[in-house]
Design a protein around this ligand. Structure first.
Ligand code: HEC
Length: 134
């Protein structure tokens, strides 16, 4: 158990700024159950965030989609915490696709999009993913 704790600390130390720390903790408590610790998800059930999630920022509507998926919009995190978790996920799991001009999510942006429910999240996801550059 102690060894596991050490590994966790060492793995995430680079992101351990004040809000990064909270964001990581919030991810572990609220999102990891489905997305797993490294964001790799579960085949055919939960898509991988790893090397993928920032690709949504390159297509129209993708930025709002990351807020509107039920896992994000319906969590018990408040808007500011949600913005921090999304910024954490993008930086930790998909730095390769993060645009140079990336503007971090804010509490206001989360508040603006959170209430819009997706009729069919998987269908919307497929629609957006079809626009990804190969
Ligand atoms: C009950 C399982 C579950 C939990 C808990 C969960 N998610 Fe998800 N998440 C999913 C599934 C499934 C999808 C695919 C879209 C859909 O069908 O909702 C998804 C998609 C996403 C996406 C869009 C990226 C993509 O590839 O589709 C983001 C961003 C995301 N989740 C963030 C979060 C965050 C942040 C939390 C915690 C606050 C969280 N999720 C908690 C299951 C979950």
């Amino acid at each position: 158990m102690l060894r596991l704790a050490c590994i966790l600390v060492l793995t995430f130390l680079p992101w351990a700024s004040a809000s990064g720390q909270t964001a990581r903790t919030n991810y572990l408590l609220n999102c990891m159950g489905c997305h797993l610790m490294d964001g790799s998800g579960t085949r055919d059930k939960v898509p991988s965030l790893k090397g993928e999630v920032a690709r949504f920022l390159h297509v129209d509507g993708g930025r709002a989609f990351l807020i509107q998926v039920p896992g994000t919009s319906q969590s018990r995190l408040n808007d500011a915490e949600t913005a921090d978790v999304l910024n954490y996920i993008l930086r930790a799991f998909d730095p390769g696709h993060l645009p140079d001009s990336f503007i971090p999510y804010t509490e206001e942006e989360v508040a603006q999009h959170r209430g819009t429910q997706l009729v069919d999240a998987m269908a919307r996801r497929a629609e957006l993913a079809a626009g990804f550059q190969k």
